[in-house]
Ligand binder design. Structure first.
Ligand code: PLP
Length: 426
């Protein structure tokens, strides 16, 4: 059936069992797949016939997960990876090589920043980090002849700023470049970046897509909208023969799914970082409740943000759903169904206050993770950002008494009561 709604796709997407087949997509825990004829096996390797032959490239359970996320995002094809970091890496490396340049929003996940600023640099791929609030005109000045893509995060972790996807899509498309968006925090339930012009969407499925804190994973989704052949000189990897694959030209052979298929048959083949069938199985089961969870995460986080904002011991709260947020207008446009579950707040205390508050919490746990069913809290100045000098902390927008709270799907009355009793200790 066409035009199904997001929560229906979250339950059924990518899998329609036939008569007598399992209702739940099973874990196909097999590295290999058997064939009757040597011709058929040769055809699979030559990519002239479709089918599974080795789980590093494709596996039925993992493919079901990818297909469900592709459907939720409104893309044409995609593939899962072993982690969100691998998805970020592949999304860039699929179209950039030594000597190339990428423009990225500076409001991105810390792990992505390290990957871009340090590891890609060692491979000869340079990044320019831009202030996402800058004007289109100023952003366009950063584009170089060797720029290959523009990158941003829908709802940045942990800055919680909302990306103006349409502005970034225009920046990219005016220069003949694709826009890659990390949509981890909203999930496709709260935002579909492709509808706003993104060409490639990636996720750390580790977060809300799994949603239960069980499985590290990632995914790359191809919208099918970017015309690689129209900019053939910029993307020779997609538009000229690949000698490692019978000289196929990806855009000729796979049409609008060229980017995704190149990622599978070339990058997954050569670099690995495939997702395990077991993690895919757990992520598929987690995704079944995606809509219910994202609605509850969003309503709980808004209620907690409002409670904290009114509390005398709280100096500031950063949550795009609050009308006081500097991103409220962008949130209204891109996140109309809710702003997901993560917020940060700053308490009015000495440097010891955040520790006292955390140690007093009973329901909300101290944990590094974010974005799953169970509420958790972290003090960036003593953990993720502990190696930064006071000046660098200020530059990163992290105050010494700031806390990051990932609001789970518990009864919000218990979360507020827990914060209230813990705040009384400072
Ligand atoms: C966690 C995270 C990643 C990295 O994902 P892993 O699955 O931990 O490798 C990338 N982007 C964002 C926005 C994240 O929150």
């Amino acid at each position: 059936m066409a035009n199904l709604h997001q929560q229906t796709i979250a339950v059924h997407g990518g899998y329609s069992p036939k008569n007598g087949e399992p209702r739940v997509m099973p874990i196909v825990q097999s590295t290999t797949f058997k064939y009757e004829s040597s011709d058929q096996m040769a055809n699979l390797f030559a990519l002239t016939e479709a089918g599974y032959f080795y789980t590093r490239l494709a596996n039925p359970t993992v493919d079901t997960e990818a297909a469900r996320i592709v459907e939720l995002e409104g893309g044409v094809a995609g593939f899962c990876t072993s982690s969100g970091q691998a998805a970020s890496f592949y999304s860039i490396f699929n179209i950039a090589s030594a000597g190339d340049h990428i423009i990225s929003s500076s409001n991105i996940y810390g792990g992505t920043y390290n990957l871009f600023a340090a590891t890609f640099k060692r491979m000869g791929i340079d990044f320019t980090f831009v202030n996402p609030a800058a004007s289109l005109e100023d952003l366009a000045k950063e584009i170089r002849p060797n720029t290959k893509a523009v990158f941003g995060e829908t709802l940045a972790n942990p800055a919680l700023s909302v990306l103006d996807i349409e502005k970034f899509a225009k920046l990219a498309h005016d220069a003949g470049l694709p826009l890659i968006v990390d949509n981890t925090f909203p999930t496709p339930y709260l935002c579909q970046p492709i509808k706003h012009g993104a060409d490639i969407v990636i996720h750390s499925t580790t977060k809300y897509l799994d949603g239960h804190g069980t499985s590290v994973g990632g995914v790359v989704v191809d919208s099918g909208n970017f015309d690689w052949a129209a900019h053939a000189d910029k993307f020779p990897g997609l538009t000229t023969p690949d000698p490692t694959y019978n000289n196929i030209i990806y855009t000729d052979t796979f049409g609008s799914a060229a980017y995704a298929l190149k990622g599978i048959v070339q990058l997954l083949r050569d670099l690995g970082s495939s997702q395990s069938p077991f993690n895919a199985y757990l992520t598929l089961n987690g995704m079944t409740t995606l809509g219910l969870r994202m609605e509850r995460h969003s309503s709980n986080a808004l209620a907690v943000a409002e409670f904290l904002e009114a509390h005398p011991k709280v100096k500031a709260v950063n949550y795009p759903g609050l009308s006081s947020s500097h991103c409220h207008d962008l949130a209204h446009k891109y996140l109309p169904k809710g702003c997901s579950g993560v917020l940060t707040f700053e308490i009015d205390s000495d440097a010891a206050g955040p520790s006292k508050l955390q140690d007093a919490l009973k329901v909300i746990a101290i944990a590094t993770h974010v974005a799953d069913a169970k509420s958790c809290i972290l003090h960036p100045a003593r953990t993720t950002h502990a190696q930064l000098s006071p000046d660098a902390l200020a530059e990163a927008g992290v105050s010494p008494t700031q806390l990051r709270l990932s609001v789970g799907i518990e009864d919000v009355r218990d979360l507020i009561a827990d914060l209230e009793q813990a705040l009384s200790h400072i």
